[in-house]
Ligand binder design. Structure first.
Ligand code: ATP
Length: 583
């Protein structure tokens, strides 16, 4: 869809606001056009002696009245039109945000956050300007142009009008050249602003790492370069916009020279009155606004087009995870994976191959293996963040993609390796999983996640604010807040992705015991615990060892020890490590 179709569709759906603004604008233009004619008549009336001291107040009073009406209408149409244009901004931002919220992790892996933020702010602002400012200037300018030309051609003298218009085609050519330069410069400027945004977003998120590595100077130099480049390209666009003014000035000067030459000659031949020449000169002066409006409109439209060319691909980008399922609810049942395989785009080696396993209702599965063996990938397949390239995943007898994404989200609680805490209170961060939860529910979940006692020691207990990404909490505390959030949602399947890595063994044992109690109380609850630390999966009903994305060992803790493979040697190593730590 082009920018004109987008704006056209918007104008149609908000036609009342645009029509009201258009009617008021027409009133302004008619009043504006009538004033020079009135002044011309007054000049001729004074020259011929028809207007005297007694009768002069009437036309002057009328002029004042029209001036006030003009002012009122100008204020009113601007308000009407701008409020409509702001609505386009709101609609576009909402569409953009909705689209982003439906995209899967693969989309966000490819897109830079700063770029997306620039699109949601700067680029949509540019489109909003094209739908508001440009529309009104375009309409106002065109209407004024038509009326002024009409008055010059019909109301004054057509010969004079045609003669005075000779320089205008040259100006149109200049405008066309300037606007194409503005398009290129605007596209470049928006792109550079995005790059600047990206840098700010990344350096602020990673400010502690940058400081620790002593990279502040390098980062600040890079920022200077990006800011300079963004300013440079914005300046280039401005320079081209500034070129409109001399083009208008030159054209009008030439037109005034031509009209005074021919007008003087016509007055000398008594074919034109001085009042008519005065009106004509005023009309010529009134052409300044349509000319400037044309320049202004072209530059706004070029900026808007450049912005929409960046935004549209994001709006049209297919969803990385399709949501075509129809089943609205996951009934309790077994999870069955048959020959599941998955490869990340562009990767030679498959991240998962031939994974077949069954997790019965109410059971716990331990997922272990060396780093990079595919544990997180397998969990993300179950979450439908990734679609398997081979095999099938069935839950309660239905393939995962037969469920709506909403149904799956409502059935699975997931604690990722890096949990995100929002800038809100601890209570709010936990309650996120179930917005209607009471404080007692939140505290119960916190107790199960073994974080309740820690929270009571915080300055404002459950109301303690957690900074951006939870920076005021330790890694282990963050993990436990995330576990409490997951437990609060009471979902049937709990996925823990190395979610206990930052807590000590005693706390880990306490949390696992609580999970076991929950499982016994709710027989439909299942869990998959992916972990580097084998102590987290010792009591699982079934443990699966992954190696390069394949299952190499499977069984209970005892069976795997008896197998004497990777699991057994890793277990002995971790036991030795634990006893050394305890010593
Ligand atoms: N987004 C991605 N794009 C490309 N390759 C990826 C991506 N995520 C993971 N991989 C690769 O897939 C393989 C499996 O990674 P995965 O994160 O599932 O392993 P893991 O067992 O969870 O590792 P760890 O225990 O270190 O968390 C690795 O080789 C990894 O490099």
């Amino acid at each position: 869809m082009s920018l004109s179709r987008l704006i056209g569709g918007f104008v149609r759906s908000h036609w009342r606001s645009y029509a009201a603004a258009g009617a008021m604008l027409a009133g302004v233009a008619v009043i504006g056009i009538w004033i020079p004619r009135q002044i011309g008549l007054m000049v001729d009336g004074l020259a011929s002696g028809k207007l005297g001291r007694d009768s002069l107040w009437q036309p002057i009073g009328l002029l004042l009245l029209l001036g006030v009406a003009n002012y009122g209408l100008r204020v009113a149409w601007r308000m009407k039109l701008f409020s409509a244009a702001y609505m386009l901004g709101v609609e576009l931002r909402t569409r953009f945000y909705r689209r982003l919220s439906l995209q899967g992790p693969q989309f966000f892996q490819k897109q830079r956050t700063g770029d997306l933020m620039a699109l949601a702010t700067n680029d949509i602002d540019a489109i909003e300007m094209a739908a508001g400012e440009a529309m009104l200037a375009g309409f106002d300018g065109s209407l004024t142009l038509l009326l002024v030309l009409g008055m010059m051609l019909v109301g004054v003298d057509w010969r004079l009008a045609l003669f005075a218009l000779i320089p205008f085609p040259f100006m149109a050519f200049a405008f066309w050249r300037i606007s194409s330069h503005i398009h290129t410069a605007s596209a470049d400027s928006l792109k550079r602003f995005s790059a600047l945004n990206d840098h700010v977003q990344e350096t602020l998120s990673g400010v502690r790492t940058l400081r620790a590595l002593g990279l502040e100077q390098r980062s600040s130099t890079r920022f200077g370069e990006l800011a300079g480049a963004a300013a440079g390209s914005a300046l280039t666009a401005q320079r081209w916009e500034a070129a409109y003014e001399p083009a208008v000035g030159l054209t009008l000067t030439a037109a005034t020279g031509l009209s005074l030459g021919l007008g003087g000659f016509l007055v000398w031949r008594n074919e034109l009155t001085i009042g008519e020449l005065t009106s004509f000169s005023m009309y010529l002066g009134q052409l300044i606004w349509p000319m400037f409006a044309a320049g202004w409109v072209l530059s706004l439209i070029e900026r808007g087009r450049a912005a929409y060319a960046r935004l549209q691909p994001m709006l049209d980008q297919p969803l990385t995870i399709e949501d075509h399922g129809t089943l609205p609810h996951v009934a309790p049942g077994a999870l069955e994976l048959r020959n599941v395989g998955f490869s990340y785009p562009g990767q030679h080696e498959a991240a998962l191959s031939d994974i077949s396993l069954t997790l019965k209702t109410g059971q716990t599965l331990g997922l272990v293996g060396p780093t990079g063996s595919g544990k997180s990938t397998l969990l993300r397949v179950l979450l439908r963040q990734l679609t398997p390239t081979h095999g099938s995943v069935q839950w309660s007898g239905h393939s995962l993609d037969q469920y709506t994404l909403q149904a799956l989200r409502a059935a699975i609680s997931w604690v990722p390796q890096e949990s995100f805490l929002f800038s809100a209170s601890i209570a709010d961060n936990i309650a996120l999983a179930r917005p209607g939860a009471t404080r007692a529910d939140v505290e119960r979940a916190a107790g199960l996640a073994a974080i309740h006692d820690d929270i009571l020691l915080f300055p404002h207990k459950y109301e303690t604010e957690v900074g951006e990404k939870g920076i005021t909490l330790s890694g282990g505390q963050r993990q436990r807040v995330a576990i409490a959030r997951a437990l609060l949602s009471d979902n049937d399947l709990l996925l823990l992705d190395d979610a206990l890595s930052a807590v000590d063994t005693a706390t880990e044992t306490a949390i696992l015991e609580h999970l076991e109690e929950l499982r016994r109380a709710h027989t439909t609850r299942s869990a998959i615990i992916a972990s580097h630390r084998l102590s987290a999966v010792v009591d699982a009903d079934q443990i699966v060892v992954l190696h390069h994305g394949r299952i190499t060992e499977a069984g209970t803790h005892e069976e795997l020890l008896a197998l004497n493979g990777w699991y057994a040697s890793q277990w002995r190593y971790q036991q030795l490590e634990a006893s050394l730590d305890a010593a």
